[in-house]
Design a protein around this ligand. Sequence first.
Ligand SMILES: Nc1nc2c(ncn2[C@@H]2O[C@H](COP(=O)(O)OP(=O)(O)O)[C@@H](O)[C@H]2O)c(=O)[nH]1
Ligand SMILES: [Mg+2]
Ligand SMILES: [Zn+2]
Length: 415
Amino acid sequence: MPWPRAPVKPWPFPIHRVLTDPFDSPRAPALVAATGLGCAWLRAGVAHRNRDELHMIDPDTVPRLRRIGLSLPLLQQLALDLDDDAPLLRVTEVQRDQLHLHDGEHEYPGRALPALLQRLLAEGDALAVGDWVRARRNVHGQWWVHARLPPATQLARRLHDGRDKVTRAVIVSNVDTALLVMGLDHDHNLRRLERYLAAVRVAGVGAVVVLTKADLCADVPQRLEQTQAVLPADVVAVALDATGEQPLQQLQPWLGEGQTLVLLGSSGAGKSTLTNALLRADVQRTGANRADDSRGRHTTTARSLHVTASGACIIDTPGLRTLRLDSESGDVAAAFDDIAQLAQRCRFRDCAHDDEPGCAVRDGVAPERLRNFRKLLRETQRDSQTALQRKAQLAVWKQRSRAVRQVMAAKRGDE
Ligand SMILES: Nc1nc2c(ncn2[C@@H]2O[C@H](COP(=O)(O)OP(=O)(O)O)[C@@H](O)[C@H]2O)c(=O)[nH]1
Ligand SMILES: [Mg+2]
Ligand SMILES: [Zn+2]
């Protein structure tokens, strides 16, 4: 899509705030919005002041991209990124090196240029579903992605090769809300929920807990209450039958136009069933339960983005076997805000909430929640060590145990 360049014009006044949400009044006749970054939305398009030049995105682009989740932060970024006028597309599926790209009207197959992939890889980054990219079509009509806009949010996890190497795997980009999906059958596990919740909050993504298979559960109110007890005050939990009309009704507040949601949870939890219910269509294959353990088969093999009737984008994912947090220990602490608050009342400022006297956390937090908090904290600390640090630590431990053995031997010798 070309970006028409308007003639050079000085701004009549400095602009420091968004005056109108351009999505609310996409065809307003005059200046609708502006920010302190020097961007402005003019006449349904996006305008930008760059070295006294005024650039605009053509008026049809914004509503078209809005259909596939264009958000205000991204629009602001777009206005700062005008040197590149290649079409903007959203990644809707990634299958190894094959991409699905959407322009708001059509979906196309495409691939990324090796230079881009290598640059991302060098930063522990990768293209993911939800990314906004710029691509051009070559003479054969094939789409090649050459740039990716920095994601507003990115969910990632850490993978271990079993030895020294820790890699970062990106799950999805540019997500507003994560639906943490858990079945009210055998899948209900509050410790796993805490882990997912920490990962999501660390990434700056909103969370809603969706307990599926409410139709198969005898004590829904009680389970809902137990779940809500481990959630921060601003996180809502809902219980529903994912196979019917309930998902559309109960999740309405998060399904607004331009919103992007990702479904996370273990295999068989009901993510694809939920996706189909939200899309009112049989888009995703769901797994019939194995009678013995009610765990689903892995019927969803790749992440994929779909658009609902209300204009929200839904990303279905296969179940993650493990989710190691991609974060630092400070972030984990921030995700358990009840512990952080109580910790201010501990007698010692550096209280480990172990067996210190005057510990407010030990008294106020359920033991299994505190144990899980510590476990996640340890995990992130261990993961953030470099291979070298780990080796150094190992050497210290070895030396220590050698010293202990020597002391023991000396003692035995004395007796
Ligand atoms: N009765 C009932 N079955 C459900 C519900 N949600 C999912 N299922 C079933 O659970 C199985 C696994 O669901 P699926 O959506 O494939 O799980 P996924 O692996 O998370 O995508 C399927 O047989 C679904 O029909 C629910 O709320 N109620
Ligand atoms: Mg699935
Ligand atoms: Zn304490």
